[in-house]
Design a protein around this ligand. Structure first.
Ligand code: PLP
Length: 429
């Protein structure tokens, strides 16, 4: 860093950001973080983040979901530290991974088998490969606005009304096997099945579209998808990387009563540690076991990962934080609307208490396209101001609640929201 730059630095975060920009593209290690927030974090505990300059934040981003028990939950951190004293990666099997897999099946209540991986992106790839192997077909249906990881065959974006690659360097042909449909429209899906049903290997979806707008499936939609898949021999994959263990122990499967053939989990089931899984029906999953279908990874089911999953699932099963999370989420959603009404600001708050979406405007939102009717850009501005005033969020509107958020956090968050709205309204006028 040049000397004149150093002398102009106003904060430790600024200083770290300049250093980061020198050595990491964009100053970040995941493109999702390019849009901020940019204050550097020094530590985190429970529902709170503390930055390098001593400011605190009530955290409603929660690492994009993993910190469902709050940051650094004691039970999980201690379990991982204890387990890791006996080794980290064995290149062989161990008891913890058996227990972790048993627990996943027990608490979710429906899958027969589990394969662990280190990221949701990988778990999705394993699910797609299994579906293709089992059906002998290659094409898939996926939906506009659903995120399933950053790899070539699954990353999409909308440009000028058309859906296709989201990144330079992404091979467009790798999306050639994908039918990218609007979500939540059963007739449209049925028509697609009518035409292409015998070519389809899988339908993959977030059963509740948390990544774009936290939109719930219409009544009967998941049942219809299930029926179509069964009728046409197509593998139904629920990507529950966010919804799994967040909206209940059994995720969307439990909430909506529709069981897929395969599902992917991640984030909330490991207390903040990097673990994901593909789970599902034994006859599909067992293809990984015969070696017919490859799924590998040096760090899959590491001691750290398995200790984290076991400790987190025991906590979720035995302490049942879901009621607490829902209460906080509900009170927060109502409180935000209340504050906004007092400021005469047309805030929109929608979704579930454990994950909800905040924006401006008023529209019936059922899919990605209708979500765009809201004033998302205006919310992004507000989110920046909220971070400046001590509420940790990104600009895309999703708020996550953890088991560590309580009455104190609610009061602080609503006060800070109130102050921010007041200041922000003056600025944008
Ligand atoms: N699937 C969904 C629904 C996600 O939200 C994400 C990440 O946010 C992924 C898959 C990819 O997971 P990861 O970032 O762990 O690779």
């Amino acid at each position: 860093m040049a000397l004149h730059e150093q002398s102009q630095l106003t904060s430790r975060s600024d200083e770290l950001r300049l250093r980061a920009l020198e050595r990491a593209p964009g100053g970040v290690h995941s493109n999702v973080r390019l849009r901020g927030p940019h204050p550097f974090i020094r530590s985190a505990k429970g529902a709170w983040l503390f930055d390098a300059d001593g400011r605190d934040y009530v955290d409603y981003l929660l690492g994009q979901g993993p910190n469902f028990l709050g940051h650094a939950p004691d039970a999980v951190v201690h379990a991982v530290f204890d387990a890791c004293r006996s080794g980290l990666v064995y290149g062989g099997q161990h008891e913890l991974e058996v227990e972790a897999a048993e627990l996943v099946c027990e608490v979710t209540g429906w899958p027969d088998m589990v394969r662990f991986s280190t990221s949701g992106t990988e778990a999705v790839q394993a699910a797609l490969r299994l579906a293709r192997a089992a059906t002998g077909r290659t094409e898939i249906i996926r939906f506009q606005g659903h995120y399933h990881g950053w790899l070539d065959n699954i990353l999409t974006a909308e440009r000028d009304g058309a859906w296709g690659v989201a990144s330079q360097g992404q091979v467009a042909a790798h999306l050639g096997e994908s039918h990218i449909l609007p979500w939540n429209d059963a007739d449209l899906l049925a028509a697609e099945f009518e035409r292409y049903g015998d070519r389809l290997a899988a339908v993959i979806m977030e059963p509740i579209m948390i990544n774009a707008g936290v939109i719930e499936p219409r009544t009967g939609y998941l049942e219809k998808v299930r029926d179509l898949c069964t009728k046409h021999g197509v593998v139904l994959i629920f990507d529950e990387v966010i919804s799994g263990f967040r909206i209940g122990l059994g995720g969307a499967v439990q909430r909506y009563g529709v069981t897929p053939d395969l599902a992917t989990y991640g984030k909330a089931f490991a207390g903040g540690f990097p673990v994901a899984a593909v789970v599902g029906r034994g006859d599909l999953m067992s293809r990984l076991g015969t070696g017919e279908v490859n799924h590998s990874g040096t760090f899959n089911s590491s001691v750290m990962a398995m200790a984290a999953v076991r400790a987190t699932l025991r906590e979720l099963r035995d302490e049942t934080p879901y009621v607490r999370v829902d209460e906080h989420g509900r009170a927060l959603m109502a409180g935000l609307l209340d504050v906004a009404a007092r400021h005469d600001v047309p805030l929109r708050v929608a979704g579930l208490p454990a994950a909800f979406h905040v924006s401006f405007g008023d529209a019936e939102v059922t899919d990605y396209k209708s979500l765009q009717q809201l004033d998302l850009a205006r919310y992004e501005q507000l989110a920046g101001a909220l971070v400046d005033n001590g509420i940790w969020l990104t600009g895309r509107g999703v708020w996550y609640v953890s088991a560590a958020h309580g009455a104190h956090e609610l009061e602080v968050a609503l006060n800070r929201f109130d102050e921010t709205l007041g200041e922000w309204k003056l600025k944008v006028r």
